[in-house]
Ligand binder design. Structure first.
Ligand code: ADP
Ligand code: 5GP
Length: 207
């Protein structure tokens, strides 16, 4: 066993000095729905981090609001320039998604907590860089409910839904790595639970 030295190992400083709250969970767990509510109802100012993606926009999505929609070439250029906190190909879809450092800077400038809404592999990376982040894993009450909600949303093909369900099964294995797990059964109840978690976290930070 290693000898106790009493000296904590120095953590590298995060690239942007900003509090981070990560909400993640499988596709269909309700992340987007809850993030939109939290931005309005949270007791502390939350700044939704807009990810970049190479996925094409859905009919209702707007560039710069839902995502920054980038060509694969532009995404790769920015990746090589070190502009991402994390990025990954998600769901084996061939599409890339990433958290831009410029978005964390925007949150810091606005005096809010940065709130990225990302998949589990991205969240694990963020936890490495921001070990003090408040991390919340969102679940549906049952596995069947992911499928029901994805079908109800109606934005994916059958094949894409099956791929997302397979990813969901893998992602659920990482739920214990988050500080909190919340079940999105009733939307209002789940939002209230997360608002309480944020309030307690904020109180602890100032205690
Ligand atoms: P994600 O961003 O995690 O993929 P969404 O926020 O798009 O998930 O939610 C998936 C679908 O489930 C949407 O149609 C949304 O309206 C619906 N939904 C979200 N929360 C609930 C809930 N508590 N009860 C029933 N349906 C919900
Ligand atoms: P969608 O295509 O449904 O908008 O998102 C697909 C998945 O990509 C979701 O699980 C979402 O959380 C994830 N995602 C969105 N933005 C990012 C990001 O910046 N980084 C990572 N790693 N995943 C992301």
């Amino acid at each position: 066993m290693a000898a106790e030295t009493g000296a904590a190992e120095a953590q590298p400083k995060p690239p942007v000095d900003v509090p981070v709250i990560v909400l993640s969970g499988p596709s269909g767990s309700g992340k987007s729905t809850i993030v939109d509510r939290l931005v309005r109802e949270s007791p502390v100012k939350l700044v939704k981090v807009i990810s970049a993606t190479t996925r094409p926009p859905r009919p209702t999505e707007k560039d710069g609001e839902d995502y920054y929609f980038l060509s694969p070439e532009e995404f790769e250029r920015r990746r090589q320039a070190g502009e991402f906190l994390e990025c990954a190909e998600v769901h084996g879809s061939g599409y890339w998604y990433g958290t831009l450092l410029s978005e964390l800077r925007r949150a810091a400038e606005q005096g809010g907590w940065a709130l990225p809404e990302i998949d589990v592999q991205g969240a694990l990376r963020v936890m490495e860089v921001y070990p003090d982040a408040l991390t919340i894993f969102l679940k549906t009450p049952s596995e069947e409910e992911y499928e029901r909600r994805l079908r109800k949303r109606g934005t994916e093909s059958d094949e894409a839904i099956q791929r997302r369900l397979q990813t969901a099964r893998n992602e659920l294995q990482y739920a214990h790595r988050y500080r909190y797990q919340v079940i999105n059964d009733d939307l209002d109840r789940a939002v209230r639970e997360i608002v309480d978690i944020i309030s307690q976290w904020e109180e602890k930070a100032h205690a």
